[in-house]
Design a protein around this ligand. Sequence first.
Ligand code: DLZ
Length: 294
Amino acid sequence: MIKGITFLRPAASATDFERLTGFFSALGFTPGKGWQEESSRGAAFLAPLGNLEVIEGELPSEASVFVEVTQLDAVREAALAWFRSTGVDPHVADIADTGWKSRIFTVEPAEGHKFSFWEWTDPLKGKPLAVEGDLCAEGMRFAIVAARWNAVITDRLVDGALDALLRSGAARRHIEIVRVPGAWEVPAAARIIAERVPAFGGPGSVDAIITIGCLIRGETAHYEAIYNEVARGIGQSQQETGIPHTFGVLTCENLEQALHRAGVKAGNKGFEAAVSAIEMVSLRRKLLQTGEGA
Ligand code: DLZ
């Protein structure tokens, strides 16, 4: 039974590899499972849907990879912003109409690697299967509330969260980092920040809060009690203020497990919490804008 399809993009050099992975991350692709061996490595990028298309006749562009999107102008802006951040002249074509009721542009993030992004203009086509948040963080404001306890872990989680936000287009000046003593204090600080939004009469404003901490069972007295209260407090702050709070508080059996979840072997949960925050801000905006998220 056919299960999935993978298109390989051989990068000619480490520089090309970094450029391509940076580009796809900046455009909001969900990272897949990468791999690293002695003489080769792979970075995977996932899309919700894919298909293999056989074509006879003229191709719509020189690119061999076509990425269907829902907000073509925003994607092009994100591509331009990524080029600006790398200091290389943008290889981003203008958006053009196609002959099949859609618009398209082609981008070349590394020499010889052309990708076309397109969206349907026909309102009856290409409707998203579900209302979903996008992963473009441009213009969004975030707070990261991080516990200092187990800083060797939480610092890595903060780095992961920053990496995700910046690579998704957030501006550094729109990211506030708040440190608290331990996980226990995370909900209270998050709540203060969440209530600072204009709707609550305060001066500051964030679109989402990323909470970060690390509880280690073997080293934490009353581990369950602390964990339950931290989770409850963060959830309550989210529900009662309406500001998305994402959960980057690790609960681990030991330090080794915590390290794995902080970027060593099992991803970086700070990165994941930040990506979820971006998605929730976008989703919230869509749902509030239309009432049905169209
Ligand atoms: C006291 C304590 C302990 C034992 N363990 C942890 C931990 O594993 N992770 C963490 O973030 N904080 C821990 N703390 C500190 C508490 O969260 C809190 O900061 C202090 O009890 C002060 O209120």
